[in-house]
Design a binder for this molecule. Structure first.
Ligand SMILES: [Zn+2]
Length: 436
């Protein structure tokens, strides 16, 4: 930018306002893109964090810079405003892991919590007559309003799903009395109670996903019927895609556990689908990701890849066009399959299949990864899962034993301690009801 260019921005009101809005807009996009890391349980990468940080700093600098130098009140207000708003925006993604009460609270109201800043923004805009600051505050609030309206509009398409007896009994046990009070206290908007009927206001392709990882892992509920249906769809879709691409793959973790222990069904409190793939000279990382991303774009599944972590995540929600593509990272939940990458390796003179990230109690390999003896996985076998044949490890029980030890014993590993107790009680009731 030439000196004349910078001077124009600082003096021409319309140009100034446009520049400030544009800078904020790109900072916002960069920030919601950054949220893909916490919602996949990773720390944000350095380049992505730096990009967002630099964009935010430039936005603040542009807004605070006047021909007479930096305006300190504007600098303080724009910095404070962006920090608070981005904290609110990040809350649902941060709350993918157990978080502080404050973050949980903001996550619960994540579809409109940004709008709580309308009052402070108005006051600031009235108090300081700086067109650039006013433009920044306006576009930020306009984006928050549009996020809220679009979510509500999409969620009109939610359909009622009846709750099965087991799901309902778990729900009633965890609610410890009043369903209505439990619904209100935990902000479970999907729960519809009328005239003694209990329905689940279920998610679909076009709606926001149910935040079921919260309901499942923290409140100890069973996975919602809508989400379960979509998880089945997603797992069949991925297995078919990997089959078409000729990728060696197998059911992993909780999904394999459901196939083997729960007679081919999803575990009642399943929160994601786990499938693993074997990469080699033929099927490289790039080929795998390109193939999945192209299919996802065509068939309406969101694909995200983390090469350093050796993970591809595929979600049920369809990919949206730019600039809305990364706003999905503001969703409070997600129906997702994690595709973990394995490669052949030698560890302690034995052939193993090795992955980079930890999984269950999988032992360490010489190179610092995690691995399973090759003959336990290859050649893959098949198992019945969600009414379809899926590839699985050659010795599925031995595989599960490596991951979980005594895998036949039901353990509520993901659920909060207090929810585990009530959940165990609910399960005792289920077993009695099933037996009688
Ligand atoms: Zn759902």
């Amino acid at each position: 930018m030439t000196m004349i260019g910078i001077e124009t921005i600082l003096t021409n009101q319309v140009v100034s306002a446009l520049a400030a809005s544009t800078f904020y807009f790109f900072t916002y996009l960069s920030f919601v893109r950054l949220l893909r890391y916490p919602r996949n349980w990773f720390l944000p990468s350095l380049p992505a964090s730096l990009t967002t940080g630099v964009l935010a700093a430039l936005t603040i600098l542009l807004v605070s810079l006047s021909p007479d130098g930096i305006e300190l009140p504007t600098l303080a207000i724009s910095t404070g405003f962006i920090l608070v708003l981005f904290y609110i925006i990040a809350a649902p993604a941060i709350a993918f892991q157990p978080a502080s009460r404050q973050v949980e609270f903001l996550a619960k109201h994540g579809d409109y919590a940004g709008l709580w800043l309308i009052g402070p923004a108005l006051l600031a805009a009235l108090a300081i007559s700086n067109i650039k600051l006013q433009a920044l505050l306006s576009i930020a609030m306009a984006i928050e309003l549009s996020w809220f309206v679009r979510l509500r509009w999409a969620d009109r398409r939610r359909q009622p799903y009846p709750l099965e007896n087991i799901d309902l009994s778990v729900l009633k046990t965890q609610a410890k009395g009043s369903l209505e009070a439990f619904r209100r206290h935990n902000g479970i908007r999907e729960l519809m109670l009328s005239n003694g009927n209990v329905n689940w206001y279920g998610c679909g392709k076009g709606t926001s996903p149910c935040p079921f990882n919260l309901y499942v892992n923290r409140l100890g509920l069973n996975t919602a019927p809508c989400c379960r249906e979509h998880m089945k769809d997603l797992s069949c879709y991925i297995a078919a895609s990997l089959g078409e691409m000729g990728v060696v793959h197998w059911l992993e973790g909780g999904s394999l556990l459901g196939a083997v222990r729960e007679n081919g069904t999803l575990i009642d409190w399943e929160d994601d689908i786990d499938i693993s793939v074997l990469l080699d000279d033929e099927m490289t990382w790039d080929r795998l990701v390109d193939g999945l991303a192209q299919r996802g774009a065509r068939d309406g599944y969101y694909v995200d890849a983390f090469e350093k972590k050796g993970l591809v995540s595929i979600s049920f929600d369809p990919p949206k066009r730019w600039p809305f593509r990364w706003e999905r990272n503001r969703y409070r939940g997600e129906i997702r399959a994690d595709i973990a990458i394995y490669r052949k390796a030698i560890s302690c003179e034995k052939a193993v299949l090795e992955r980079q990230s930890e999984k269950g109690a999988m032992p360490n390999t010489e190179s610092g990864g995690f691995g399973v003896p090759q003959e336990i996985i290859l050649p893959t076998s098949t198992v019945s899962f969600v009414d379809r044949e899926f590839s699985c490890p050659n010795q599925p029980e031995a595989y599960l034993h490596i991951l979980y030890g005594d895998f036949r014993k039901v353990e509520y590993t993901y659920i909060d301690a207090s929810a585990v107790n009530t959940r165990t009680q609910a399960n005792t009731v289920d077993t009695c009801q099933r037996d009688s």
